[in-house]
Design a protein around this ligand. Structure first.
Ligand code: C2E
Ligand code: MG
Ligand code: MG
Length: 777
């Protein structure tokens, strides 16, 4: 170590000793390297034994000291105050830290043996050397920063250029696609959308040929060209489709594409509801044209748009079909039928012909629905629709109007008999059984025919009216519309309106027809028969308004009224005539009423309100209702039976009597229909049938009532056959309550056994006068 002179000379000397360091520093381009060189210079040039480079709080490098244990000691040396430190292998040292530049996180600690401070010149040399180091480090750092910056900015420019191209392309693609999307959403025809997509493909990919192939509805495994650009239309017309494949890329290009001029290309699947349903093909006649990932992305995007258009169109078609067709049978619905009738009428008017509308309402459908369940009912409706369609001409329209109603539009009718022929064909078609839920079922139809031109609604309404006529004449037949049907239906509608009022205004009355024990003759009970005392029409019989009440939903209310009135009357008679302890009152229950859930409650209410004993009430249910033998009917009957009332099968024999239900249902009485009683004692007298019925009833432990006894010989015969009870005009007409009351009084006074009722010869019927106003309307 050389002790340096002072003053100007000192400075020159100092500069001389700094020069090599400067030269050294500028030649080094690594900061660590620079640090080492600087420390070496300091240790050799300045009068210190140890120099250490400290970066932040780390001792990066120490020169002149052997160990590493003094690191902590060196870190603690401050740049403000010199310190005496103990260094390994050296002993006590004077030490000071010198910052290397500002904010560079670097300092150099110098230490010399002993406790003597560094001479001023030496100290200033050390300071200056540190400044040189700082300069070197800063310029190194700047350079590195700049290099990095340059590298970054160079990379950035490249990327930006690429990005710009990509963005422009993307923008272009998005613009084109959004244009296509708008067309799709606007419901433009599929072909036009696909054509636009083909054009976009050519433009974006810079290819000459593009095509979209879509599955052929008649041959869904093959796709045909729907839209294309750059393919000769003649080539396309002779092309018979390609098999649909689920492949993307260069290999997906169909072989046929060569014929269209594609030497190199790419394809992607078009899908319908996720399943391959076509393909989008793009290509170029240039075999060297390359297709990479960019092209692949674009073709995929275009194919996805073709899929979108296809699905959109299919959904729109389905919605349109749904709006015009019946969901269950797939047949045209009412709206489509009305539309077709409208067109047919216009065509017919031009050709001076007529159209016919056949309105078909199934007979017995409800029975199938109730007994076999709704899904069987649905199945049957589908089969019926198909069967009808098979039997009419292909040009005719078969529609389902709802429920069990179908309609057929028959065009080009020369004469009305043409329509009747069509109706007969339909009736014939329905003759064969249908197999539903593994069972054979039969349904007929009532068909109304209206022919002509004019308004659509009128034609359909007239056919509807004619159908009602067909139905009322007995089922499985047709009726041709006649203008008077219109009057009849209007009258019916009026009656329906009036009936609503009738129940509230107490216009209903009950007649009571006595039921007699035949031998010895005595009154066993009375059947309540409802009548309507109409303010202008007079007395209306139940056959005119009970069915109406059933159809219009009024029958439950009507039934409740009858039950209450009859039970009330019977309770009065029981109180007044204790001699008739077993007097029964019969109340008719309609089929519709029986199916309603509140019937048992209504019966219980009527009994409770009147105080009548349940054992005095007999509910009469017509055989045809019971024939429906559904589980619901059995349940309902058992519910009624549990109230303690008796049950009678009314009009027995008119339905296709089945022994099965006699066993199945909890019934007490069998009322043989008057049709069978009528034949007794006549010229074609054959009591065999009635005898069989009476025997049957006895086997099942039922009491028999003969209905409609009109002559004395019928009674004699019935007694001989063992029939216990009977009613009919011969015995008594239905009576108004006062007349029934006086009959009961007289019979009771005279004693029933003595034959309270005089024979018709002695004027029984004048005594049993009918309701004062009772007459048919
Ligand atoms: P139904 O229960 O079989 O009643 C017997 C019908 O035969 C009654 O007709 C009665 O007047 C009539 N009749 C009685 N004796 C003779 C006779 O000797 N010869 C002939 N030809 N007829 C006779 P009506 O009163 O016109 O009742 C007809 C049907 O209306 C009844 O047949 C019944 O099914 C129904 N009905 C009557 N009242 C009610 C009621 O309150 N509710 C319900 N749901 N139906 C009722
Ligand atoms: Mg009856
Ligand atoms: Mg009857």
């Amino acid at each position: 170590m050389t002790a340096g002179p002072s003053g100007a000379r000192d400075e020159a000397w100092s500069a001389n000793r700094l020069g090599p360091l400067l030269a050294l520093v500028s030649g080094i381009d690594d900061e660590r390297e620079l640090g080492r060189a600087a420390l070496e210079r300091i240790v050799s040039e300045v009068d210190v034994e140890v120099a250490a480079l400290i970066r932040d709080d780390d001792v990066e490098l120490v020169l002149g000291s052997a160990g590493g244990s003094e690191q902590r000691t060196l870190l603690d040396v401050s740049s403000h105050e010199p310190a005496i430190i103990e260094l390994q292998g050296i002993g006590a040292c004077w030490a000071q830290a010198i910052p290397v530049g500002e904010d560079m996180g670097l300092r150099i600690v110098v230490a010399r043996r002993g406790t003597e401070p560094l001479a001023a010149g030496e100290a200033s040399l050390a300071q200056s050397m540190c400044m040189v180091v700082a300069l070197g480090v800063r310029s190194l750092r700047l350079l590195a920063g700049e290099r990095k910056l340059r590298a970054r900015s160079e990379a950035q420019t490249d990327a930006n250029a690429r990005l710009l191209v990509a963005l422009r392309e993307r923008q272009q693609l998005l613009e084109r696609l959004s244009h296509v999307q708008r067309a799709i959403v606007a419901g433009e025809p599929l072909h036009e959308v696909l054509e636009a997509l083909s054009e976009v493909a050519c433009e974006l990919l810079d290819v000459e040929i593009a095509a979209v192939l879509i599955a052929d509805p008649n041959d869904p495994g093959r796709a045909r060209v729907n839209a294309s650009v750059g393919i000769d239309s003649e080539l396309l017309s002779s092309h018979d489709g390609i098999p649909i494949r689920d492949e993307i890329g260069v290999r997906a290009v169909p072989d046929d594409a060569k014929a269209w001029g594609i030497a190199a290309g790419m394809a992607a699947p078009v899908r319908e509801r996720g399943e391959p349903a076509g393909t989008m093909v793009v290509g170029s006649p240039d075999a060297g044209r390359e297709f990479g990932s960019r092209e692949r992305d674009i073709v995929l995007a275009l194919a996805e748009h073709a899929s979108l258009a296809l699905n959109h169109e299919r959904a729109a078609l389905e919605a349109a079909h749904e709006a015009l067709h019946d969901a269950l049978t797939g047949l045209p619905n009412r709206s489509l039928l009305l539309d077709r009738i409208d067109h047919a009428i216009r065509r017919a008017e031009r050709s001076e012909q007529a159209v016919a509308v056949l309105f078909c309402d199934l007979d017995g459908f409800k029975t199938v629905n109730d007994s076999l369940g709704h899904s069987a009912g649905d199945e049957l409706l589908v089969l019926v629709g198909k069967r009808i369609a098979e039997y009419v001409r292909p040009a005719d329209t078969v529609a389902r109007l709802g429920g069990d109603e179908f309609a057929v539009l028959v065009e080009e009718i020369g004469e009305p008999s043409d329509a009747a022929r069509a109706a007969r064909r339909i009736l014939e078609a329905l003759e064969a059984p249908f197999v539903v839920g593994g069972r054979e079922v039969y349904v007929g139809a009532s068909i109304g025919i209206a022919t002509g031109t004019g308004s659509v609604e009128m034609l359909l309404r007239n056919a509807d009216l004619a159908m009602y006529r067909a139905k009322s004449r007995g089922k499985s037949r047709y009726a041709v519309f006649e203008p008077e049907m219109h009057t009849a239906i209007v009258e019916r509608l009026d009656l329906e309106v009036d009936l609503k009022r009738a129940i509230a205004h107490e216009e209903l009355v009950l007649s009571y027809q006595p039921i007699y024990r035949l031998a010895p003759r005595e009154i066993a009970g009375l059947e309540a028969l409802v009548r309507w005392q109409h303010p202008t029409r007079g007395l209306v019989t139940p056959d005119r308004f009970v069915p109406l009440a059933e159809e219009s939903g009024l029958v439950a209310e009507l039934g409740r009224w009858v039950l209450r009135a009859a039970c009330h009357q019977a309770a009065l008679w029981h109180a007044k005539y204790p001699g008739y302890a077993n007097l029964q009152v019969g109340v008719n229950i309609s089929g519709v009423q029986l199916r309603e859930p509140g019937l048992a409650a209504d019966v219980a209410d009527a009994l409770a309100a009147s105080g009548l004993d349940a054992s005095s009430l007999t509910l009469e249910i017509t055989e045809t209702v019971l024939m429906e033998d559904s589980a619901a009917v059995v349940g309902r009957l058992e519910e009624l039976k549990s109230l303690g009332v008796s049950l009678a099968v009314d009009d027995f024999g008119v339905g296709h009597s089945s022994l099965r239900y006699l066993k199945l249902f909890p019934i007490d009485n069998l009322k043989i229909d008057k049709a069978f009683i009528e034949s007794l004692g006549g010229s074609d007298d054959d009591p065999a049938l009635v005898r069989a019925m009476v025997d049957l009833a006895q086997i099942f432990g039922l009491r028999v009532v003969a209905e409609g006894i009109e002559r004395s010989d019928q009674i004699a015969m019935l007694v001989e056959l063992g029939c216990e009870l009977g009613q009919g005009h011969y015995l008594s007409q239905p009576l108004d309550p006062p007349s029934a009351d006086s009959l009961l009084l007289r019979s009771g006074l005279l004693g029933q056994d003595s034959g309270g009722l005089r024979g018709p010869e002695d004027g029984a019927n004048s005594e049993t006068r009918p309701h004062p106003t009772e007459r048919s309307v």
